[in-house]
Design a protein around this ligand. Structure first.
Ligand code: FAE
Length: 539
């Protein structure tokens, strides 16, 4: 396909996304008849559950192949400004747009000087960020057309080849690094910060300070590619365009600057004319019919709470892209309720946090991080070569709008611990089994690195940031991975063991760790898998 045909597709898709109805259940399609349709058709040749990375890749390639495809997304389409003129709210003034049916926001940074300054009471609503609690672990998830791409920090990191080969040894690394990672990076619109600008700008004073402290301890840093447009960020700092990354917008969505999936893969998918997205549709149950087709039971959600309707829709090819937690839950429920009894025992196994642990350090009075901080990280401390405690620690912002004398980090560590899910019949949901002690290897690794940085700089940890006096927070993850692992619960291309024409496309395929932020890996793996599936399963 030529570049101009591609950009025309994307243009058509963007137009469909921008003009789609704003409130309530929405059908988004470049085909006017499909966009105008009310309710759900009884059958679609292919259905993709979710609209995150794996789902978006899959829908684009199905649509390009001419296969009519329906995407079912439980969250909203985020295309319409609220009363304040913005589509998304900022982290400093969260409102009902911020979180998925919560009465109070649940920001990752629970406190500052032990005061809960970041959270607000809100009206329960179908907001864009969810925090799902499972005992000792909670998982942050994006909800809406674009999934995690709406709320994430945009860091677009290709994993180290040696570690990728260690995590997924049966996947051909030559193919991944020769074809699928480059393809994913190109489609996602990955870009890098201008190094000269980085060295002189205000936006990354906080990152330069952390780099200085890391280097004093003998560590090196690496620039982190992004799907946030660094050109836009430069213009934000120069006050030539509306501010987003510089206006404390990240986890509740960005109003500008970010290439979330609705600007890239999903727009291109809609532009094929073969893909329709229906929003506020939560898939609950999957049943297989005698003819081999699948019937889904789908709840239409009211954005202000409650279920408006429950419908059935059937398909021949079913792709699960509901994310590690969502896809695992759908499969587990199907197996344990007897709807898909032949699913593998491996469904629900092999879940990990990507070794996530968050921490803060207190800086000296003369070491300021600056009042203007880009919400999009651009630098990480790379100590992955450490033979005992490999760590990649992204230098995270604290965009409070005032000097905090604090440096924040999200460390990705190599934690061998894995959790698993079981089905809880009383709540009809999946329950994650993960004990707080399983996060200890992550803390040990981060501590080994940051103890050295503190020693070299005569600094200490902040113990006021996580609601009590702990220095390390490992009771949540941004990077849930696993639950339907490639080569275990599925074959080596995401085909679910035990059933034909049933696939997993998302982070559930990755066995708990990528060593870096995961969305580029999820995207590239989905590209690889759908290419094979289209060649072999649609003949
Ligand atoms: P995901 O993007 O989670 O999409 C799943 C979609 O399915 C969502 O839209 C759900 O609403 C929808 N869904 C779930 N269940 C159902 C159902 N039953 N019926 C219908 N729809 C359903 O899946 N990663 C990076 O690489 N770089 C970063 O900088 C980064 N920062 C992050 C910051 C935050 C705050 C968070 C929460 C995550 C971050 N991540 C980052 C992780 C990244 O966003 C995540 O790995 C991917 O989004 C996962 O992609 P999936 O395709 O697995």
């Amino acid at each position: 396909m030529t570049a101009s045909a591609l950009s025309r597709r994307r243009f058509l898709g963007l137009a469909a996304l921008n003009s789609a109805a704003a409130v309530g259940m929405t059908a988004v399609s470049a085909d006017p008849a499909a966009a105008a349709s009310q309710g759900m058709p009884p059958f679609s040749p292919a259905i993709v559950i979710g609209t995150g990375y794996g789902a978006a890749v899959t829908a684009l390639r199905l649509g390009e192949a001419g296969i009519p495809t329906l995407m079912l997304e439980m969250g909203q389409l985020w295309n319409t400004p609220g009363a304040d003129g913005n589509i998304f709210c900022s982290m400093l003034r969260p409102d009902e747009r911020s979180m998925w049916f919560k009465r109070r926001t649940e920001a990752p940074l629970a406190s500052f000087l032990w005061l809960d300054l970041a959270n607000r009471d809100i009206r329960p609503h179908a907001g864009v960020l969810d925090r799902v609690h499972h005992g000792d672990m909670s998982v942050f998830l994006g909800r809406g057309v674009g999934g995690g791409s709406l709320v994430n920090g945009a860091m677009a990191v290709t994993p180290r080849r040696d570690y990728f080969a260690e995590v997924l040894p049966e996947v051909d690394a030559d193919e991944m690094y020769g074809t699928y990672f480059p393809r994913a990076n190109a489609e996602l619109g990955v870009n890098e910060v201008d190094r000269d600008w980085f060295e002189s700008c205000r936006s990354y004073a906080y990152a330069r300070l952390s780099r200085k402290h890391a280097e004093k301890a003998g560590f090196t840093t690496a620039f982190v590619p992004s799907v946030y447009d660094f050109g836009h960020l430069e213009r934000e700092e120069a006050q030539e365009v509306p501010r987003s990354a510089l206006a404390s917008e990240v986890i509740y969505g960005n109003n500008h600057g970010k290439l979330s999936l609705d600007k890239t893969y999903l727009a291109a998918a809609l532009g094929t004319g073969n893909v329709t997205i229906q929003t506020l549709q939560e898939v609950r149950d999957i049943t297989r019919q005698q003819d081999g087709s699948y019937t889904l039971s789908v709840r239409e959600l009211n954005p202000d709470g409650g279920v408006l309707a429950v419908r059935q829709i059937s398909t021949r090819h079913l792709f699960l892209g509901a994310g590690s937690v969502g896809s695992t839950e759908l499969l587990l429920r199907a197996r344990e309720t007897g709807r898909l009894p032949d699913l593998d025992e491996q469904v629900g196994q092999g879940w990990g946090t990507n070794g996530n642990v968050m921490l803060g350090r207190a800086n000296h009075m003369w070491d300021t991080t600056g009042t203007l901080q880009s919400g999009m990280p651009a630098l990480g401390i790379d100590n992955w070569d450490d033979p005992v405690h490999p760590v990649f620690a992204e230098i995270a912002p604290m965009p409070a709008g005032l000097e905090t004398w604090a440096s924040l980090y999200l460390a990705i560590t190599k934690n061998p611990e894995r959790g698993h899910f079981t089905y809880d019949a009383t709540t009809d949901s999946a329950r994650l089994h993960w004990a707080e002690s399983q996060g200890q290897p992550s803390i040990d690794a981060a501590k080994a690195l940051f103890d050295r940085i503190n020693r070299a700089n005569s600094t200490i940890y902040r113990t006021d940031l996580f609601g009590d006096t702990r220095a390390f927070e490992n009771r949540f993850t941004y990077h849930p991975l696993g639950g339907a692992v490639l080569g275990k619960a599925t074959d080596l291309y995401g085909r679910v063991n035990g059933y034909r024409n049933l696939y997993v496309t998302d982070g559930a395929l990755i066995p708990g760790s990528t060593g870096v932020n995961p969305f580029v890996t999820i995207t590239a793996l989905a590209e690889r898998n759908i290419e094979r599936v289209l060649a072999e399963d649609f003949a």
